[in-house]
Design a protein. Sequence first.
Length: 217
Amino acid sequence: MTQSLADTPKRRRTLQGQQTRQAVLRIAVDIASVEGLEGLSLGRLASELGKSKSGLFAHFGSMEDLQLATVDAAYVIFQNEVIDIALNGKSGLAAIWSLCNTWFSYIERKVFRGGCFFAGASAEFDSRPGLIRDKIAEIMNNWLSLLTNLIRESQKMGEIEPNVDANQLAFEINALGLGANWAFQLFDEPKAIDWAKTAILHRLQSVVTSNSLPLLS
C-alpha cells in the first residue's frame, strides 16, 4: 500500500518544524512584551524551550527575521483576542464600543505578560527607522484605520453626528487605550481600565445622535 503524504518523513518533519516555530514565537511575544524586541535572543529562547540554539537558528535566518516574525505572531494573537471577537456580527457604534471593551479586556487579562504588545513595541521602535518600525507602524495604522472606518460607518448609519472628525475621534480613543495600558502596567493601577472606559464612553456620548445612546449601555 502506498504511504500517505501525511505519513511521509518529510511531511512529519515539516509539521514538527511548524510546531517548533509556533512554540518559539509564543514564548518570543511574551518575552518581547516585557523586555522589548531587543530582549530576544535565540539562546534565551532555546533555553526556555529546552532545545539547541543551532536547532532554532534554522527557523530564523537572522535576529531581524525573528523580531519580524514575533511582531506578526503578536498581531495574530491581537486579531484573535480583540478584533475578531469585537466585530463578530456587529457594525457601527456597537462595533466601536465592543472593540473598546475587548481591547481593555485583553489588557486587563494580560494576554501578553508585559501588557499590550504593540504599545510597548511602538515606544521601543518609534524613532528607529527600519523594517521592524515599518511593520509596527503598518499594524498600528491598520488599527487606527479600523477605528476611523467604524466611526465613518456609524456616521452613515446615523448613529454619530456627521460633523464629527472621524480621524480625531479615532485618535482620542486610541490615546485613551494606550494611556490605560501605561497606567495599568507602570503603576499597577487597576482603576486605569475603568477610567479609560469611562472617558471613552463620555466622549462617544458627546457625539452620538440621541437615538443611538442606548447602544452604549
